[in-house]
Design a protein around this ligand. Structure first.
Ligand SMILES: CC(C)(COP(=O)(O)OP(=O)(O)OC[C@H]1O[C@@H](n2cnc3c(N)ncnc32)[C@H](O)[C@@H]1OP(=O)(O)O)[C@@H](O)C(=O)NCCC(=O)NCCS
Length: 149
């Protein structure tokens, strides 16, 4: 599959949100036996959501943007469907959210990177601030940041 056949949109309908959260669950929660529902937090309504879809409207990637302050944005819940990773979908999603963050007045984007994703974020221009926390006793996270302007 070519990444130019992938479009980034924001979920609108109930059905689109269901598909969006399902992929978030399948990529970021299910492999660690976390229960359904654990893929959501209390900030969903106040956040922006983006998803990457193919020409059949199948959701292949998701991520969320929240504003921590007037100038600091945070990217969360970035996940690409296992069999379509490495095709440029993650990069498209992060680029979309960086533009969105800029429109909202952000000067900086931060994120908590899983250890396996640090090299991906580095390729996208992020740098490590500090080794942060261990999730579920096994996934090391790193606080990373990027100046947007
Ligand atoms: C991390 C993840 C979001 C990256 O998305 P992706 O669509 O696979 O990445 P892309 O294809 O857009 O890669 C963009 C660039 O990063 C590189 N890259 C991606 N994953 C990488 C990795 N694990 N190690 C090194 N480089 C990587 C690609 O080679 C590409 O480089 P290029 O621009 O020179 O061609 C995705 O692999 C994923 O969902 N992983 C599992 C869930 C996860 O860990 N999410 C992050 C939570 S913080």
């Amino acid at each position: 599959m070519k990444s130019d056949s992938i479009t980034i949109t924001e979920p609108q309908t109930t059905q689109q949100f269901e598909a969006y959260y399902l992929l978030r669950y399948q990529v970021l929660r299910q492999p660690w036996n976390q229960p359904p529902g654990s893929e959501k937090d209390n900030d969903e309504a106040s956040s922006d959501h983006a998803m990457a879809c193919d020409q059949n409207n199948t959701v292949l990637g998701v991520c969320r943007l929240q504003m921590n302050s007037a100038t600091e944005a945070q990217l969360r819940y970035m996940g690409v469907k296992t069999d379509t990773q490495g095709l440029g979908i993650g990069k498209k999603l992060i680029t979309y959210m960086e533009q969105k963050a800029l429109q909202k007045g952000a000067e900086k984007m931060i994120l908590q990177a899983r250890e396996n994703a640090v090299d991906f974020y580095t390729k996208c221009g992020y740098t490590i601030v500090e080794k942060s926390y261990l999730m579920w006793g096994q996934i090391q996270h790193y606080l990373m940041e990027k100046a947007l302007r």
